[in-house]
Design a protein around this ligand. Sequence first.
Ligand SMILES: [Zn+2]
Length: 327
Amino acid sequence: MRLFLFAAAIWSLTPLYVNSSFAWSDHERLFTESLQPQLEFLPPLALMHLGPALDEPDGGMDRDLPASADPENERKWMGGTEGFSSQGFRHMYFGGWKFTNPVATFQIPFKALGQAPNRVQETAREARELFKNKEFLSAVRKLGWSLHYLEDLAQPFHSTQLVHWKMAKWSALAHWPISDAMSHFIDETTRTISNYHLAMEGYVEHVLRQPGIFAESPLNKALQDPESFASVRFDSKLQPKALALELARASVALAPELGEAEMAFFGEQYLEPAFDLRKDLGIPDYQAYATRPDLAGSRARFEKVIAKALANGVLASRALVEWTLHP
Ligand SMILES: [Zn+2]
């Protein structure tokens, strides 16, 4: 704990970049089906647009934006202003450090960061207006965007900077010369957190693309029956931004459980220098992780937490659809 506080103190001097900007690699496959019953009234052509629109915000429209799109300069802390990771500030929300929950909410800077809840609000409002005017094609597209930003917040790595204290590279503090120790620690911890972030996303994507494995997985069950898995319930009368904030809080609450389960499943190897998943160094053998008999216990535990996160995403998405359809 003393080491943690020491690091926290110096960490506060340096930005921790978040380099992974995807939350779920495939919103369309994960979320479209569970929303269809609510949207059945739409012309089929409009409904066909929902899936692609759910993934559209990860396609580049939020990258390399001008400074005017980021008046609070949040990209400084959330992936920089250029390239792939520069979209992160619109796809994440870190709710600020809470004295009452110091480890799970630990982040630098301490203030709330990220535009995702605002993006949910703005795009949902536009979608609602378009639905009212029966401009269904544009309405579904904007609804898809709004759902995307919301669903990203169901991923604990998008709602918490440090999902688990074990994911930081504490040993990097013992670095010589000492004047470089902090920047070395920050670089290393950015790498290790990104590794666990990307390993989780990669694992979910792999399971999703293996029909036999997916059918039996808690991930599939959570999407089919989210009420049985979700850790939170949402009121569809909530304003979209309030809904997004509530979902982000639920993800923060899940983060310690996810962190424990993920470290137990993947082990500590992604702390090692040989692994940098951002650069495709040391890609995990996801098929082995998904099938190895000796991992059955830790796999079930890991998938159960992911299932809760997905179920929270589905229920929040349904509440958002309700809001946009019923002014
Ligand atoms: Zn995203």
